[in-house]
Ligand binder design. Structure first.
Ligand code: SAM
Length: 237
């Protein structure tokens, strides 16, 4: 299995600014209060739901599921490194919000179908399932050539994945979350070295180093771009 360990390891994806912007977007999709029950599938370090947990003083800590146990996982979440299907088998509450953010592509086609169906069945009335994935066209993520080819191949697969998720769910609302990233080239190179994104995981050290030299040549010292996600919202009513 791919192991993505540095996605939210002190990157823009775990910055207060990103989390605040993302959570304001999320709260337009689903209103929450202290009684809300939240599940985040593929939560990483759990910074997003951790922030919601503190903001709403949630009575039940939001549950975050991820196979990777980080030392710095957010303290305000109920983290479980459990297989999601095993979790659903033993779990006995329904959720107001289930989020699958930039994680659905880690499941194969049949598991994805099963996951979406199971999430639907585990929503409370008026509960919401939110699926987010990288924007599949005109993606602005700074890339070297090989990374771009890998990313684009992944995005073609993601586009098929999102279409079929959308067909399965029916009556969805589709929207985009856009965040302007401003990052120094040095910091971005560090993220590339740490293979922050799935399309870098299987590259060799040599391929990464060559790619970094390309980034050094082709990008300015301050890199500015839009990180855009497609959001599918399904509401159980
Ligand atoms: C791109 S990161 C997204 C993290 C977080 N959702 C966010 O947006 O900040 C994908 C996450 O999915 C997790 N993941 C991979 N396979 C998974 C699985 N089978 N079940 C749950 N999470 C998984 C990875 O460990 C990683 O933390």
């Amino acid at each position: 299995m791919l192991q993505l360990k540095n996605w939210d390891n002190k990157t823009w994806l775990s910055s207060d600014s990103y989390i605040n912007a993302f959570n304001s977007f999320l709260l337009k999709k689903k209103k929450l209060n202290k009684n809300s029950k939240i599940l985040d599938i593929g939560c990483g370090r759990g910074k997003i739901i951790g922030s919601l947990s503190r903001k709403f003083k949630l009575l039940d800590k939001p549950i975050g599921i991820d196979p990777i146990v980080h030392k710095d996982v957010d303290k305000s979440i109920d983290f479980r490194d459990q297989d999601i299907f095993k979790f659903f088998k033993i779990n006995n509450h329904k959720f107001d919000l289930i989020m699958i953010k930039q994680t659905l592509h880690f499941f194969n086609k049949s598991k994805r179908k099963e996951l979406i169906k199971t999430c639907k069945n585990n929503l409370k009335k008026n509960g919401v399932l939110i699926i987010l994935s990288l924007n599949t066209s005109k993606n602005e993520i700074p890339c070297f050539q090989l990374m771009k080819r890998k990313l684009n191949r992944g995005l073609v697969r993601d586009s098929i994945m999102l279409n079929s998720a959308n067909k399965m769910l029916k009556n969805t609302k589709i929207d985009k979350f856009k965040y302007e990233v401003s990052i120094t080239k040095d910091k971005y190179i560090k993220m590339l070295k740490q293979r922050y994104i799935s399309c870098l995981i299987n590259l060799t050290k040599n391929q990464i180093n060559k790619g970094i030299n390309e980034i050094k040549r082709n990008y300015p010292n301050k890199i500015i771009f839009n990180d855009i996600l497609i959001c599918i919202k399904y509401k159980y009513s």
